[in-house]
Design a protein around this ligand. Structure first.
Ligand SMILES: [Zn+2]
Length: 250
């Protein structure tokens, strides 16, 4: 009897009718209810236990994912987006027909949108047509603890045939690597002339204490390049390319 009972307890597959038929000498009904109850209880406990384990693992998985997302958000630098020129400073060459300051602000705003959608924290040194001094632009970047600085410009030259993109950094391997990543992304998106990554001591990339680059995104003095820059789709392409370069590094 003990053997039969244990078999029925530990083998959930054995039916209650099968167990009852193997112990005919017991009066009908004396074992039926307790045994059935016990089997039912075991099935419920097993199901509840499995559900509890499943929920526990899912909770741990969700918790780990949340921790990973939080960790990556903290590790990612804040991007200081610097729209070149503004206000009385039109940018470009003296007497240049197409002013630079409007296009730098437009691309900076587009870059701001793309980066924020990608989960980056951002600060813009200017968000309207106002003059901001070069020292103030650097101070905005230098008061951030974990930041990078990206300055947006368009080029101009007395040689109207000059066209293409240049990306500048001043010093440091982090600035050089960021400049290279952005330069590659912009080149591949636009297919324009590669005027290389260059090291130069421009004020805003020399006086910033964080990885800093200055992008010259094309020549407004070149008729065909200026025509491309004048379209919103091209400026959006530039912004997305710069964001891709930043994401390649961070
Ligand atoms: Zn400029």
């Amino acid at each position: 009897m003990r053997a039969i009972f244990s078999a029925s307890v530990f083998d959930p597959a054995s039916s209650i009718h099968e167990v009852r038929s193997r112990i005919p000498r017991f009066p009908h009904g004396t074992l039926r209810l307790p045994l059935r109850d016990r089997l039912n209880m075991e099935a419920i406990v097993i199901v509840l236990f499995r559900v509890a384990v499943m929920l526990m693992f899912r909770s741990i998985k969700v918790l780990c994912l949340l921790m990973l997302v939080a960790a990556s958000a903290v590790a990612r630098p804040l991007v200081v987006i610097d729209a070149g020129h503004g206000g009385h400073d039109r940018g470009g060459m003296p007497g240049q027909r197409v002013p630079e300051k409007g296009y730098t602000l437009d691309v900076a705003k587009r870059l701001n949108g793309v980066l924020r959608s990608a989960g980056f924290r951002t600060v813009m040194t200017r968000s309207s047509d106002e003059f901001v001094g070069l020292g103030d632009r650097c101070r905005i970047a230098n008061r951030q603890s974990n930041a990078i600085f990206v300055s947006i410009h368009f080029n101009g030259a007395s040689n109207y045939d000059a066209f293409g993109v240049e990306t500048y950094y001043c010093r440091g391997s982090k600035s050089a690597a960021l400049a290279t990543a952005i330069h590659r992304a912009v080149l591949s998106a636009t297919g324009t002339m590669d005027r290389r990554v260059r090291s130069r001591g421009f004020f805003v990339i020399r006086r910033t204490n964080v990885p800093a680059v200055l992008c010259e995104l094309g020549f407004l003095t070149n008729r065909s390049e200026a025509a491309r820059i004048a379209t919103t789709s091209y400026r959006q392409k530039l912004a997305e390319a710069i964001a891709r370069g930043i994401r390649a590094r961070y």
